[in-house]
Design a protein around this ligand. Structure first.
Ligand SMILES: C[S@@+](CC[C@H](N)C(=O)[O-])C[C@H]1O[C@@H](n2cnc3c(N)ncnc32)[C@H](O)[C@@H]1O
Length: 258
């Protein structure tokens, strides 16, 4: 109840009209965001509320209900909200055992392979796969890697491929000096690796998502952890239907439990 009063502030606009800010009930934004992306905030509603309140204030949107109306009609604003609310934590050679397993499978296949990373976040995972395949002596012409993510900032960063030291913590000094150049305390990935991965902004739940094709191997790690049970299952079905054959499993992360 007190929250209600705290979040309603009169704001003077153009000296002669007064609008009331209403940042009280973030529930409808949470529901809309959940339906669109699969992501739930259940135990973190206060975090969501703070983030959405700042988002609105920065853009002079005076209430959550106005924001909800605007994102339904303004795709740019909707994308900005998605970029603000998704968590993009990732690093090179994360859960490396699965990448080693993929390398073995690619080594044993006698055709060139298509690999999907959904989600790729800022690029560390698909680039790790490219580096590991090259390190195993596999020719770059034998694989094709696509990274997709719903977050457009993450995809822009993936294309630039300049990383802080923290993101390289699992790499050996040899790998770092072979594939990166150090510039102003940042590590820029060499063009020869960048050119092996393409990126696309995509929501796996969009109707158009499946039109990106079918793949020999699919990585989908540490995304389902943000979904409710229904969306985990839906995502699993979508990704499994995009395999070229039923014989390969989708590589989910160890925390992506069903
Ligand atoms: C924690 S990162 C995982 C990145 C990488 N796979 C890894 O394991 O290090 C989770 C990513 O999932 C993306 N994501 C969340 N919901 C999505 C959706 N519906 N479609 C596509 N990407 C989504 C987020 O934007 C975020 O970049």
């Amino acid at each position: 109840m007190f929250d209600f009063f705290k979040n309603k502030e009169p704001v003077t606009e153009n000296t002669n009209s007064v609008v009331t800010q209403d940042y009280t009930d973030v529930g409808e934004i949470a529901n809309y965001f959940h339906n669109e992306t699969g992501i739930i905030f259940d135990s973190q509603m206060s975090v969501l509320k703070n983030k959405v309140t700042s988002f609105c204030k920065q853009r002079e949107i005076d209430s959550f209900s106005r924001l909800l109306n605007d994102i339904k009609h303004n795709m740019q604003l909707k994308q900005e909200l998605i970029d603000c609310l998704t968590t993009n934590e990732t690093f090179f050679y994360r859960e490396f055992k699965q990448i080693e397993k993929l390398v073995e499978l690619v080594k044993n296949s006698n055709t060139s392979v298509k690999i999907l990373c959904a989600p790729s976040s800022t690029g560390e995972e698909p680039y790790s796969i490219a580096i590991a395949l090259l390190e195993a002596g596999i020719n770059a012409s034998n694989f094709d890697i696509l990274g997709i993510d719903i977050n457009s900032d993450a995809i822009s960063k993936a294309k630039i491929a300049v990383y802080g030291e923290r993101h390289l913590r699992n790499l050996t000094p040899q790998i770092i000096s072979k594939y990166f150049s150090l510039d102003n305390s940042k590590y820029a990935l060499n063009q020869n690796i960048k050119s092996l991965v393409s990126f696309k902004i995509a929501n796996i739940f969009d109707d158009s998502f499946k039109s990106i094709g079918t793949f020999d191997y699919i990585f989908s790690r540490n995304m389902l952890i943000y979904f409710d049970k229904k969306h985990k299952l839906k995502a699993k079905n979508i990704l499994e239907s995009m395999r070229k054959t039923d014989e390969t499993d989708v590589f989910f992360g160890h925390a992506d439990l069903f």
